[in-house]
Design a protein around this ligand. Structure first.
Ligand code: ADP
Length: 843
């Protein structure tokens, strides 16, 4: 468990923890490191010591052995030298013997032979027999006698003498049981010519005790070995090896080079371990060997070495054990510290939690939903109304909970499964009353066995419950009030989903609240409305509703007059006004709105418009009367002229006059027709047709031309060629032009006499639209009415002169034809711009 978590992770606690724990921890870590380093060093040291001791002891013992072997080899060499010296003496006698070759020399020869025998009798020297051979190898004389006809001519050592080698040469032992060992010398005449050889024969059996006396002790042995390889003679222990090859080529090479060799190992294959020293006897082919039994020495050395290694291994083990113990102790200490810190942390947590207005708890949950409380803290009394101990004493927990509280096992299982849960229920109080509580739980961890740990809190929700209750009461009151209001207040949500765009009914439009006034205002009960598909389903045109939602998305609010279908099939005009209150996500809007029945207002307005039209009719009639006067006067004149012509019987003149009268009548009829059309108003249902702007303007001027002239207004018309035609209705467009030009005329009327009064009418096609402008130089629209210009009943002309309905009417007519109208003040006058859809070109 991290210490920070145990201490609650507050910055202050963390700082204290670092201050208190870290130095100790650091020191501990350092001392642990140095201890480990020390231990490692001692292990290395122990191994170095063991290796040194082992190799040193071994080497010392081996050196001592070689020393002894060397001494024995030296003694053996000395023995050999003595034998060689004696054999040399015998050779001298043989040389003498040979010189006594005359018949009279027999006595002298006998003396020599006596001397030889005397020498041989000295058993100390180990020479058993002696013989003299001639240049062919035939035996001339032999100490043992009876060797006549015996020849050594084919022997190797004899041939070497014949080839000039003086000797002594140690030859191969003779075959046979006795295996005598020849040591021979070359015999020469006075000129140095080869005359034969003197051969002393040693008996190995005699040499063995002699050598044994000198050297053999403690299992050592000495031997005489031919440089060529085989063992010639030796102390007792060497006896079984006689005749066996004991020198290999490498040793021979060493001997030839250094005169001495050392060898560790058995003398012959399979023999006991020995330390052997061999010395080449100078001037001979004899090698004197001393060998000591090394098995003991080497064994001791190995034993020592082994012991040293064992000691090192033991020490290493000990050190590892110590290290493990140190680490274990360290761990234990660390664990103890952690436990202490944890306990301190928990105590601190408990202390902090005790001040919380909640009971916080941890539960360990088993896979089957059974659980165990592992931590609980907080203001238990304050939250539950029960003291901590009293709660623990409660046997039947179900007594504590009302019917809304799910069984605990089910509750914790759900948290483990879903990650969290919140419950609201009533908790029984000691006095039997109830208290509202809220419990919220979260899953902390989950174990592979299906169990886990959950954390949660319980808090007193009485206050918020009574707040909710009073909110509900307030809402009821509000509902009751709203139910009596002549408006319907509602709250709704509209959203887009993958399957639909903004649609009414289930899915993408929903009313969350609708005031009780619904039925009184609209005739729909809430239930009937909801089965009909909600407000959006009974309002039309539906496109306007969709536009409204788009407008809310853009502008946050919207208002429009819509037709509402009542359950009985009749309709109402409803003004719907909305305002967005929330945007839960990119595609959804929550909005509030109200509906007002404006049927009466609309009717009143329609009536007002009609009366306005009628009111202006009087004014228009004045203009028209003016227009009628001229054709009527002309007709009157033409009639009297016709009468005169008829009286004269001038038929041609009568016809001409009648034609002119008919023209005047047509013109008067057209004027009257305009008046009629004007009085009737526009037929809203009439189809949109191509209307050349000049035609509409002519119609307007038919009504206004006279008054313009009277007012001294100059009209400038700038209409393109071909004349642009709009897709609309002739009469409404005429009415619009009459209104706008009439307003310009009225504004100009107030100008000083003599100042130019100009109205300019232009029309041109701009893409799919036709732009008509009516501009004047009357000083512009007063600022105070500019913002509300197109609203009804806005006028500056005074009660008698103006109704304030003209521009509102114009806007309605232009909109009805699918166009727009705007006003501005430019260049010392007002400019009205009307944009209407252009009629498709005749082609
Ligand atoms: P009415 O003509 O009955 O006043 P209108 O709706 O036609 O009602 O005009 C509203 C007001 O707009 C007028 O009273 C006038 O103040 C202003 N107005 C309209 N046209 C012009 C114009 N060409 N020049 C200046 N003011 C104008």
């Amino acid at each position: 468990m991290p210490i920070t978590a145990a201490l609650g992770g507050t910055p202050l606690r963390e700082a204290i923890r670092l201050a208190l724990l870290s130095p100790a921890g650091l020191l501990g870590r350092l001392s642990r490191l140095s201890t480990l380093a020390l231990l490692s060093l001692s292990v290395v040291g122990a191994w170095a010591l063991a290796l040194t001791v082992a190799s040193q002891t071994g080497r010392t013992a081996v050196e001592a052995g070689f020393e002894r072997a060397g001494a024995e080899a030296l003694a053996t060499e000395q023995f050999a030298r003595k034998t060689i010296v004696i054999s040399g003496m015998l050779r001298n006698q043989a040389q003498r013997w040979l010189t006594y070759s005359q018949p009279g020399d027999a006595g002298r020869r006998a003396d020599v032979e006596t001397t030889i025998r005397a020498i041989l009798d000295n058993a100390e020297l180990g020479i058993a027999q002696f013989g003299i051979v001639d240049a062919k190898g035939d035996v001339l004389w032999h100490s043992a006698g009876g060797h006549a006809g015996f020849s050594v001519g084919e022997r190797d050592h004899f041939r070497r003498h014949r080839d000039g080698q003086v000797g002594p040469i140690f030859g191969r032992p003779s075959p046979g049981r006795d295996r005598l060992l020849p040591v021979s010398w070359r015999l020469a005449d006075a000129d140095g010519g080869f005359v034969g050889a003197a051969i002393a024969l040693l008996r190995p059996a005699d040499i063995a005790p002699l050598l044994a006396n000198i050297v053999e002790r403690d299992g050592s042995l000495s031997a005489l070995v031919r440089l060529e390889g085989e063992l010639l003679a030796g102390s007792h222990r060497a006896a079984p090896l006689i005749g066996q090859p004991v020198l290999g080529d490498p040793m021979r090479e060493v001997l030839m080079r250094d005169g001495i060799f050392r060898r560790e190992g058995p003398v012959v294959q399979g023999g006991p371990d020995r330390l052997t020293v061999g010395r080449l006897v100078p001037g001979t082919n004899l090698v004197a060997i001393g060998a000591v039994d090394a098995s003991q020495t080497l064994q001791t050395a190995r034993l020592l070495e082994g012991t040293a290694y064992l000691a090192a291994i033991g020490f290493t083990g000990l050190v590892i054990l110590c290290a493990v113990l140190v680490l274990v102790a360290e761990r234990a200490r660390h664990a103890a510290t952690e436990v202490a810190v944890l306990a301190a942390g928990q105590a601190e947590l408990r202390r902090l939690h005790a001040r919380l207005p909640a009971v916080i708890f941890l539960r360990d949950v088993a896979a089957d939903g059974s659980s165990r409380l592992t931590y609980r803290a907080g203001d238990i009394g304050g939250v539950t109304g029960w003291t901590d101990g009293a709660l623990d004493d409660v046997e039947d927990w179900t007594y504590l909970y009302d019917e809304h509280a799910p069984p605990r096992q089910e509750m914790v299982s759900r948290v483990l499964r879903d990650g969290s849960a919140k419950h609201h229920w009533r908790l029984r109080q000691p006095d039997g009353s109830w208290r509202h509580v809220v419990m919220r739980m979260e899953r902390l961890s989950r174990r592979p066995d299906g169990g886990g740990e959950i954390v949660g809190y319980l808090r007193d929700a009485s206050a918020e419950h009574s707040a909710l209750e009073s909110a509900a009461a307030a809402r009821e009151e509000l509902d009751a009030t709203l139910a009596l209001a002549p408006v319907v207040v509602f709250r709704a949500r509209a959203w887009t989903c993958a399957a639909c765009t903004w649609r009414h009914g289930r899915g993408c439009y929903r009313e969350d609240y609708i005031s009780g006034s619904l039925e009184q205002v609209t005739g729909w009960s809430e239930q009937a409305l909801s089965s009909a598909g909600g407000l959006a389903a009974v309002l039309s045109p539906f496109d306007t509703v969709l536009e409204g939602i788009e407008a809310m998305k853009r502008e946050g609010g919207w208002s429009a007059d819509l037709t509402l279908r009542r359950p009985d099939g009749t309709t109402l005009t409803i003004r719907m006004t909305t305002r967005v209150v929330a945007r839960p996500d990119d595609s959804a809007l929550d909005f509030v709105g109200y509906l007002v029945d404006v049927t009466a207002e609309r009717e009143a307005k329609a009536r007002a418009i009609t009366s306005a039209r009628l009111a202006s009719l009087g004014e228009v009639s004045g203009g028209l009367a003016h227009e009628l006067k001229q054709p009527l006067l002309a007709i009157g004149l033409a009639v009297s002229n016709t009468q005169q012509a008829a009286e004269k019987g001038d038929l041609a003149a009568v016809r001409a006059r009648l034609g002119r009268i008919s023209g005047y009548v047509a013109r008067a009829a057209s004027v009257v027709d305009h008046l009629r059309r004007y009085a009737r108003g526009a037929d809203e249902d009439a189809p949109m047709v191509p209307v050349p702007v000049s035609t509409a303007l002519d119609g307007a001027l038919a009504v206004l031309g006279g008054t313009l002239r009277d007012a001294g207004v100059t009209l400038r018309v700038e209409i393109g060629d071909p004349v642009p035609a709009v897709l609309g209705q002739l009469v409404p467009l005429e009415q619009v032009l009459v209104n706008l030009i009439g307003n310009a005329r009225d504004a100009l009327a107030s100008r000083q006499a003599g100042s130019p009064r100009l109205v300019t009418v232009t029309a041109e096609q701009e893409g799919d639209a036709v732009l008509i402008t009516i501009a004047d130089n009357a000083g512009g629209i007063p600022e105070r009415v500019m913002a509300r210009l197109f609203q009804p009943f806005v006028t500056t002309k005074g009660e008698d002169a103006g109704t304030g309905l003209g521009l509102s009417l114009c806007q309605g007519l232009v909109h009805h034809m699918g166009g727009t109208i705007a006003a501005s003040n430019e260049g010392g006058g007002a400019v009205f711009r009307i944009r209407l859809p252009a009629a498709p070109s005749p082609a």
